[in-house]
Design a protein around this ligand. Structure first.
Ligand SMILES: *Cc1c(COP(=O)(O)O)cnc(C)c1O
Ligand SMILES: [Zn+2]
Length: 377
């Protein structure tokens, strides 16, 4: 089986892939280096889930794989602001959000390393995903969430048998509490732990395969901690390096105007997120004021000649209504992405081939109804 390494993004130190560590001794973020590559010739007879890309996923021991049959979500032809846009239906994952892409690979890596107790912090959906896969694997986990998280997500995390820790204050306070707990337990963090991105990269694989190995011109994605965007960047880069697609799509990141540290940094040419005071937003899943991988996200978007867009609360509510009116029930955070797609397609000069995603199911936020913005005549 192919081997790999854990490489520090700050100091460059490489450590064995088998180490059960989630950050470098220098404090830097780790990335997974893995030589395994997707081979289209082997896909034909494999089941329609993301483990069909087995060789490209950095799990050495087949028996360690923790799966709920996730992935290969439909790529639906949709219409947004009168443009044809293809939508990945990632709200149809087992736990109701795209976070299962990362969780299936991360929890498999945990089982491979003999991890018995993990902690994670989340604004909701990452906690649901980690709790679901830990339940499947028989690994104990504690999920730290902001006290204001949607009740549906809290009930879901508790149902999986995870220990739920509700932290007063903002998302940053939750991250700090989990960080403290991670000094004595494995940190199954979707932001810090690099195995998560090895799962989210399958988003790019699926888009490419479902389009007959033709990359779109642009991919519009939500950005909070950037785990879907960074995964997509890794995946498209790998496919291009392997000669399976002939170009890398522009990556367009969407943030809520009330919490847009990366969009602000992008506009002003900065390499790191701008310190901000976050306002309230219905898009709780992307309300991340200080994304740990912020510098990587900005670099990834710039490397593809992409851009950032911000959407306000009225645009989010309008997009949510427009999707529901087409039979697509999503949570407000996912609607923020669609509001971004709307801005993007309206601003296009030529007719670009655009792919986007529905990241979270509407049932997640059923306790937090979305109100349509006041009609303007
Ligand atoms: C987590 C999440 C996002 C954003 O993902 P990041 O990794 O924070 O960029 C978007 N939509 C939904 C539904 C999510 O759960
Ligand atoms: Zn380091």
């Amino acid at each position: 089986m192919t081997d790999g390494a854990l490489v520090c993004s700050a100091c460059g130190a490489a450590r064995p892939l088998a180490d059960a560590r989630w950050r470098c001794d220098c404090g830097g973020l780790l990335d997974v280096r893995w030589a395994g590559r997707l081979d289209p010739a082997r896909l034909r007879n494999r089941p329609p889930n993301l483990w069909r890309y087995r060789e490209a996923l950095p799990i050495v021991d087949e028996a360690a794989i923790v799966t709920l049959g996730e992935g290969f979500t439909p790529l639906l032809d949709g219409r947004i602001a009168d443009y044809a846009v293809q939508l990945k239906l990632d709200h149809l994952f087992p736990s109701g959000s795209y976070k299962d892409r990362g969780a299936t690979v991360l929890v498999s890596a945990m089982r491979e390393r003999g991890v018995r107790h993990a902690v994670e912090d989340s604004s909701g959906n990452a906690g649901c995903a980690i709790a679901a896969y830990c339940a499947r694997a028989g690994i104990a986990c504690e999920i730290y969430v902001p006290a204001a998280t949607s009740p549906g997500k809290l009930a879901q995390i508790a149902a999986y048998g995870a220990r739920l820790v509700r932290v007063p204050g903002d998302r940053q306070a939750t991250a700090q509490a989990a960080w403290d707990a991670a000094q004595t337990a494995y940190y199954a963090s979707h932001t810090w732990n690099p195995f998560f991105l090895q799962g989210t990269k399958t988003f790019a694989y699926e888009v490419a395969e479902q389009r007959g190995w033709r990359a779109p011109d642009a991919v519009v994605l939500p950005v909070g901690n950037g785990t879907l965007l960074l995964g997509a960047a890794i995946g498209f880069r790998e496919l291009a390096d392997a000669g399976l697609i002939d170009r890398i799509p522009r990556l367009v990141g969407v943030q809520a105007a009330a919490c847009a540290p990366l969009a602000a940094a992008f506009r002003t040419g900065l390499a790191v997120p701008v310190p901000i005071v976050a306002g309230e937003t219905a898009a709780e899943g992307i309300a991340i004021a200080a994304p740990a991988r912020g510098a990587q996200i900005l670099a990834a978007v710039r490397a593809t000649s992409g851009t950032f867009l911000t959407v306000d609360e009225d645009e989010i509510a309008a997009a949510w209504c427009a999707m529901a009116a087409q039979g697509l029930y999503i949570e407000p955070t996912a609607a923020a992405t669609i509001a971004g797609v709307e801005q993007f397609v309206r601003g296009m000069r030529s007719n670009e081939d655009v792919v986007s995603v529905l990241t979270g199911h509407g049932l997640k936020s059923a306790g937090k109804p979305v109100h349509a913005p006041a009609e303007s005549a």
